[in-house]
Structure formats: structure tokens, C-alpha cells
Write a protein that binds this ligand. Structure first.
Ligand code: SF4
Length: 250
């Protein structure tokens, strides 16, 4: 690790401590789906409000009691059942393609076997499928009953990380996963990594909004490059600024 990266890693840990303290870590896991269900849930959640994604997932489960039935159903029926999610016409064939790919590669329609693999191998297995990137693979490992050690980065987390200066303004959500996870100590367990994501995400949701971040009330303002004018970007003011992110990005 270069001196610059070591400095950023120390900064990430300081931010972690402050934000975890501010938002009350350790954070409880918000759901307990098996890894295959978590994969489908994450696919439905893409650029969809949580409430609508949950409604789509529940409707899908109600219409098709098993994942085999979802896989083998007419795509129009799957599309109709996930109508509450955004772009059901695109997500229905993607979900079915993922279910077919898992069946073909694993020999059965389950992802429970990922629990017996190291996290990086499990993520690589998932990311070998079309349409599965680092955010989805991390979500499957971390949020599912696998409770694996992986750092998901959503649009809120990404926005905060960019503004404070942990990742550059041109680094997208996908590439930011490896950078941000690389700052975390190897000794951290899955809960600590999950807490890191949750703390940054909550800060993005509650304080560091896309428009009009509340910098005056921010507990990490002194460490924030955007606030302190340490970046080649406009300093954050009370005036809403589209700093680096777009709504729903990631
Ligand atoms: S100081 Fe402002 S821009 Fe920086 S993290 Fe806090 S709320 Fe976000």
C-alpha cells in the first residue's frame, strides 16, 4: 500500500469510528433472505425505492412459490408480477436468465454452497454471471443469511466517500468497491464491514444529501475534502449542489 493509500485507510477508519458512533453501531441486519432470494431481491431493488422493490419481491413470491417456477414461467407472467419495480420488462428476463445460469453452473437452483467458499471466490462466482457486478455480489454475501464479509457500496455510501475524499470524483460505484474495501483492516469481521457500509449509507441518507448536504450539522465536516475545499471541485455550501452523484446512481 502506498503512503497515500495508507493515509486514506487511516482516514476511512477515523470516519468509520465517528459515523458508527453517530448512528449507533452495531447495526442489525435488515433482512434474512437465503442467498438466492437475496440475489433476486437485489436485482429488483436496482434503482427502485425500497418500498416498491419489497412489493415487487413479495408479489413475485406470491405468484410463484418456488424459484424453479419463476425460472420456467412465461416471461410476461414474471414481468407482470414484478410491476411495482422499475423497468419490469428488463428485470424479468434478467432474473430468469440468472436463475437459468445458476441452475446450469451449480447443477441446482440454490446459492447456499457459496457459504463454503472464501468471500472473494464466492463474489467472483457471482460476478461471472451477466449483469452481476460488485454491488450485487457484495449484497448477496453480506445481506443474506450467509452473513459474509463483503462491502456493498450504494449511491449514498458512494456519494459520501467521494465528498470526503476516499475515492476520486471520477470513480464510479462499481470500481469504488475494491478501493473502499481495500481500506478496511483484514481482521474486521463481517459485522464490522457491514457496519462500515451502514454508517456511510445512513450519513448519506440523513445528512450528506445529494442536494443540499447539511454540512453545518455534519460530524465529519472537518475531515471532508469537499467541505474544506481540498478538492478540485466546488466547495460544499448550503446551496444545493449536484456535486458528483445523480439520484439513484449505483
Ligand atoms: S461536510 Fe457536507 S459534503 Fe462533507 S460529508 Fe459532511 S455533509 Fe457531506
Amino acid at each position: 500500500m502506498s503512503d497515500g493509500d495508507a493515509c486514506l485507510a487511516r482516514k476511512a477508519l477515523t470516519l468509520h469510528e465517528i459515523l458508527c458512533d453517530a448512528y449507533g453501531a452495531p447495526f442489525p441486519y435488515f433482512q434474512s433472505l437465503d442467498p438466492l432470494s437475496e440475489l433476486v431481491s437485489t436485482m429488483l431493488n436496482h434503482r427502485t425505492r425500497n418500498r416498491d422493490a419489497k412489493a415487487a419481491f413479495q408479489a413475485l413470491r406470491d405468484a410463484f412459490p418456488t424459484w424453479e417456477e419463476v425460472r420456467d414461467a412465461p416471461v410476461a407472467d414474471v414481468q407482470a408480477s414484478i410491476a411495482p419495480a422499475t423497468w419490469p420488462e428488463a428485470k424479468a428476463p434478467k432474473v430468469q436468465a440468472a436463475l437459468r445460469a445458476i441452475t446450469e453452473r451449480a447443477g441446482r437452483l440454490s446459492l447456499d454452497f457459496l457459504g463454503g467458499m472464501p468471500a472473494d471466490e464466492a463474489r467472483a462466482w457471482l460476478e461471472a454471471m451477466d449483469g452481476v457486478g460488485p454491488k450485487t455480489s457484495a449484497a448477496v454475501l453480506s445481506f443474506s443469511t450467509l452473513r459474509g464479509r463483503a462491502l456493498p457500496v450504494d449511491s449514498h455510501h458512494h456519494r459520501v466517500a467521494q465528498r470526503v475524499g476516499l475515492v476520486g470524483p471520477k470513480v464510479g460505484v462499481g470500481p469504488s468497491h475494491a478501493i473502499l474495501e481495500g481500506f478496511l483492516p483484514d481482521a474486521w469481521d463481517a459485522q464490522a464491514v457491514y457496519d462500515h457500509h451502514q454508517a456511510f449509507m445512513r450519513h448519506g441518507q440523513k445528512v450528506c444529501h445529494w442536494r443540499g448536504p447539511d454540512c453545518a450539522g455534519c460530524v465529519v465536516a472537518e475531515l471532508c475534502d469537499a467541505r474544506q475545499g481540498r478538492r478540485a471541485v466546488p466547495a460544499v455550501t448550503a446551496v444545493p449542489l449536484p456535486l458528483f452523484d445523480r439520484p439513484g446512481a449505483g
